[in-house]
Design a protein around this ligand. Structure first.
Ligand SMILES: [Zn+2]
Length: 231
């Protein structure tokens, strides 16, 4: 791999359906470039080639797209902690998220919950999940939104981190759920609130690893929810 990669969480964007969608969208010249680059990359890593296709799709399709997004300092601070380096976290508008060229243009394409662009080294999180992570202590927002926002943010931060497994969805997702409590507390949750959010995070994690087996780390040790009553 040439350090060029795209990695998503929560959807099937790293699958072959997404790959063929992007390939079909490109011009003949773009297709040819893509095919050449893929051929060399796919020889060494079957999994990597799917995500590489998406990265190149972004590079080929996305150049002319105008961008408007927020970069909440709190989210960047927390992502930087897990990435162990400065992190750019983009929270697009819903419209921008929907027309992000990585999803293709077919009606109702499947979308992930967030992704890390490994060409340009930045994270993009679904707007609703950004809103959840930013307002973690706001009881007006549903638990799933706050918990999943936190989980996705930590997940993408581990894709940004320069470590051995940054391209391995199972290892990345395992770290994300294992560090969920730390992430939630860094986003402003009390230990009690972090514990209250945990079952929703575990449910989001279970959904991900059930629907997309490449996210499942067989020996991942999950955090344990505490029954919030004493004695
Ligand atoms: Zn991922």
């Amino acid at each position: 791999m040439n350090g060029v990669q795209y990695a998503a969480s929560g959807g099937d964007a790293s699958g072959s359906k997404a790959r063929s969608r992007l390939l079909s969208l490109n011009s003949p010249r773009g297709k040819e470039t893509l095919r050449r680059l893929l051929t060399s990359a796919c020889r060494s890593r079957a999994v990597g080639c799917a995500v590489l296709a998406l990265a190149l799709g972004v590079a080929l399709l996305g150049a002319s797209q105008a961008s408007a997004y927020d970069r909440p300092p709190l989210l960047e601070r927390v992502a930087s902690y897990f990435a162990m380096r400065p992190a750019e976290v983009r929270c697009p508008s819903l419209e921008e998220w929907i027309r992000d060229p990585i999803w293709g243009t077919t009606p109702n394409p499947s979308r992930a919950w967030g992704y890390t662009d490994m060409i340009n080294e930045h994270i993009v999180v679904h707007p609703a999940l950004c809103a959840g992570a930013v307002a973690l202590s706001d009881p007006a927002l549903p638990l799933w939104q706050r918990a999943t926002g936190t989980l996705v943010l930590v997940h993408e931060a581990y894709h940004l981190r320069r470590w051995k497994w940054r391209r391995n969805e199972a290892k990345v997702e395992c770290q994300a759920i294992r560090h969920f409590i730390v992430g939630a507390e860094m986003l402003g949750a009390t230990p009690e609130l972090a514990n209250e959010l945990l079952p929703s995070a575990l449910a989001a994690h279970a959904r991900m690893v059930t629907l997309f087996p490449e996210y499942r780390e067989r020996h991942c040790k999950l955090p344990l929810w505490k029954l919030p009553i004493t004695p």
